[in-house]
Design a protein around this ligand. Structure first.
Ligand code: THU
Length: 127
């Protein structure tokens, strides 16, 4: 998991966050050990901003990733920054009950499952 947190940390450095100044990095590992990273990318309209987690998921899918198994999210906060609601929905759709590690720049980290932070999800099983 160290490597995945490190990859998220490096991705965070590439965040485009001139409005909030709140930089986030994410990294996702697939079943074959391939790693896909993302950072938040803000927009002057604000509403078109996309979170680091969704950038990482969409990159993974568009680049032909295998089953997505582990996710790491890094931000510079004392309280570890969790994925927003929209990202939880997308992470659930594409990563299922993956392992999720939240970390900060001081090295604090906590690992949980997607199910724990996203109970009772709506997904394709209802359709
Ligand atoms: N943000 C993320 O990229 N991921 C999160 O988990 C929380 C929020 C971004 C969106 C926006 O660019 C900035 O952080 C402040 O909300």
């Amino acid at each position: 998991m160290n490597d995945l947190v490190q990859a998220a940390r490096e991705a965070r450095e590439r965040a485009h966050a001139p409005f909030s100044k709140f930089k986030v990095g994410a990294a996702i590992e697939d079943e074959n050990g391939r790693v896909f990273t993302g950072c938040n990318i803000e927009n002057a309209t604000y509403g078109l901003t996309i979170c680091a987690e969704r950038v990482a998921v969409f990159k993974a899918i568009s680049e032909g990733a295998g089953k997505l198994r582990r996710v790491a999210v890094v931000a510079d906060t004392d309280r570890l920054t969790p994925p927003c609601g929209a990202c939880r929905q997308i992470l659930w759709e594409f990563c299922g009950d993956a392992e999720l590690t939240l970390a900060n720049l001081e090295g604090r980290r906590e690992t949980m499952t997607m199910r724990e932070i996203f109970p009772r999800p709506f997904d394709a099983s209802f359709l």
